[in-house]
Ligand binder design. Sequence first.
Ligand code: ZN
Length: 375
Amino acid sequence: MLPDVQNLMELQQADREILRLKDEIAALPKRVAVIEQKLAGTKAVLENAKTAVKADEAARRKHETAIQDQQQKISKYRDQSLEVKTNDQYKALMHEIQFAEQDIRANEDKILELMVNAEAREKGVKAAEIELKAEMAEIEKEKADARERTAADEKELKEWSGKREKARAGVNPDLLRHYDRVSKFRGTGLAEVRDQKCMGCQMLLRPQTFNEVRGGQMIICESCQRILYFDPASETAEQAHAATRRRRPRPKADADQAWYYRAEYHDHGEVFLVFINAEGNSSRHAYDAHSGRKMGETENLAGDYHTAFAVDLAHAIRLNGGWPASEIEEWGTEMPTRALDSLFADLHAARAETAKGHVHSGHAEAITSEHPAAS
Ligand SMILES: [Zn+2]
C-alpha cells in the first residue's frame, strides 16, 4: 500500500474519532441539563405542597378564632339574659345564642374538613421530598460522571489530534487538499474498493480502474471523487464470504467454446483467450485483459483446441463465458465492456474459490491451470 494511502487511512480514522469525541463532549452537559430541569419541576411541586399546608393551617386558626369569638358572645348573651325585663328581649337574646351556636358548628365542620385534607397534603409533601432527595443524588452522580467522561474524552481527543497531525504531515499536500475538500462535502475523503465497487458511493469500477487501484495506483473515484484504496485482507474475506453464498458454476471441459485467463502471455501481461472448435478445426482470439482490445489476428489450426493450442492452456485459468461465434466476430477489435466485466467477475470468483480451497480433486481443470497431459 502507498504511504500516502496508509497515512490517509490513519487520518480518516483520526477525523472520525475526533468528531465522535467532540459530539460526546458536547452531549454530556445536555444530559445534566435534562435532569436539572426535572429537578426544578420536583422543587416546584414541593413548594406548592408546602404553601398549601401553610394556607390550611392559617385557615384552621381563623376558624378557631371565629369559634372563640362566638363562645364569648354566647357567654355575654347568657349574662344579659339574667337581667332582661321583657319576654321579647329574652327571646331576642336566645335567638342570638342560637345563631352563634350555628356559626360554631359551621366552623367546626370546616376544621374537620381541613384535618382530613391535611393528611393527604402531608403525604404529598413527603413524597415530593423523597423524590427531590433521589434526584439530587442522581444529578450529583451524573455531574461527577460527566466530569470524569469529559476529562477522559479530552485526553483521548488530544491523542487523536496528535495522530491526525502526524498523518497529515505524511500526505502529499495536493492529495491532502483533495481529501479535505471531498471530506468537507461528503463526510469522508477516502473509500475502500471492495468487490470492484467504491464503498463510498457503491459505483462499480471499470475493470481497468479496479486493476489500477488493486495494483497500488493513486486513483480517484470518478463518481464521488473519494481517493480509492484496496485492502487485500478485506478482499479475501469478501471473496470467502461470496464463495459460501453462491458456488461458482464449473465450466464444461468438453465445450466447443472455452475462455481462459492468463497472467502472462508472451510479451503481454494479463490476457483473456477464447478457443472455438468448429468442423474439426479450432481458432484462438486473444484480448488484452484491461482494455478488452483484440491482440493480433485470429489464429486457426486443425484439430480440437485442447490439442492444437495445448501450449496456451498451460498456466491458464478456465473461465465461464460463452457468446455465439458470430457475435465474437462482430466485436472486431474490441470486446464490449459487459463481456469484459463478466469475465473479470468470473475470474474474481475463481480466485475466491481457490483461496477458499473449493477445488475438488479431478475437477481441478475448472479453475486452475490445465495441462495438456490432463486432458
Ligand atoms: Zn465513489
